[in-house]
Design a protein around this ligand. Sequence first.
Ligand SMILES: [Zn+2]
Length: 525
Amino acid sequence: MNGLFKALAIAALLTFGMAAAQPPSPAQNAAALHARAPRRLVIKNAMVIYGNAKPPYGPVDIVVQDGVISYIGTTSDVPGGARATADATIDAGGKYVMPGIVNTHMHWHEERQPGVAQPIQYERNLYLAAGVTTAREVGGDFDKSKRWQAESNAHTIVSPRILVYPFVSKGRSGSPAEIRAWIRDIKQRGADGLKIIGMDRDQLEAIMDEAHTLGLRTATHIAVEETTAKDYAELGVTSIEHFYGVADAAIHGIQRFPPDMSYSNEIHRFGRAGELYAQADPGRLHQIIDLMVEKHVAWDPTFSIYEASRDLQRAQGQPWFRDYLHPSLEEYFKGSLDNHGSYFFGWTSTQEAKWKQQYRIWMDAVREFANKGGLVTTGDDAGYIYSMYGFGISRELELHEEAGFQPLEVIEHATWNGARLLGMDDRIGKVREGFIADLLIVNGNPLENLKLLNPYGADVMLLNGRPVQNYSPLGAGDKVQAGRGGGIEWTIKDGIPYHVPTLMREVKDMVSRARVHRAQTTAGQ
Ligand SMILES: [Zn+2]
């Protein structure tokens, strides 16, 4: 370095230092940091929720170098004085930092109601805003999803990281040789795993054998079939999705369906599905849970996607629909047997009561499965049945708490367990030095209230204008108010910070524009 250049460089450093002495406003900081990759990012004063259910600790500083967590510790220990050399700083004072959420069951949708486009960025923004940094797509448009995966990895799009598990094609209709050839081909084309749905035993044997030979992970939606969770556990599936197949393995004989039952009619299918856990023999249910644990099968219950079945009014009245429900999704949710999951025609109190009973038994089963050592993860399967992308995963976490898990365990399901399910536990799922910087900076402590993770924010109690725990002691003259707070402030993926209020503003704009367009195109009809 020549003398003049050196002098200029020092001058530039000094200028930077002086600018840093007058911190930018939060809005300026957000605009400067959003969706840009800093070389060295320092998150200051963070309380850390590590990911594997050990207690939180802090405050500490977290240094992210080139997308990787390079240092966690107290400020005075930061090697090389990180603050001086950081090119981006986020103050996490009063906030909690946790690993990014792994959504283990989702689908990418560019349209819900046929003919009404839904920009893919709508879904990407909502998932990032809800803290999802890794998304396992279990069935979708393979070629598109592979392209988006590459673009996400290269940071040319704003999106969670994507893993692609395509549906096994011709799993039902092909010969074993055809099925095996298809699996070999899709592996070559970059499949990260396979999604299996509704199989006979011999078909499933061929699929599982080939998947094991090739080292492909498998996720299954068992449905009501010849095969149940018992077959899938015996044959070594990686994860069981939803509630399907588990109670069915514990029923004496077969499911008690009425003679007019048609599985193609979703009113029949989802109405009767809510009766299956009550038909299971409790002793046999314990045995099938034991088998799943013994065979290292994970369970991704997706509690949130069926919730409308137990409380339709709650599902239809979600407050975020007002500003954030895209017209394409809104149309899709309306009752229509042409749309998957839109089966609410005269839904009865008895159907809701049976579903509530089903949830109690199902949740107890998931809790027992975890107590015995089973791996439980969080997926939302949103875009159906009144569940919106992002809001669905946030609700999923609340329902894991309802199932009897502590919030710290729920966060483990959503982070570390997800990483283990995907085989990525050497790089994501923990706030750990050397791990990829997939981090959420949460306004408040999600262990106090998981609703703080909702992109819409949460109700908070204000004591003399400041958010506090609602068990806080009150003094004479204290002013207590109901307020709004919470939400994730920053979702950081691969070290790149995304400002959640900015993502949500963009979503709101997309929805407003689409509504104006809908009003214009339907005005003349
Ligand atoms: Zn699904």
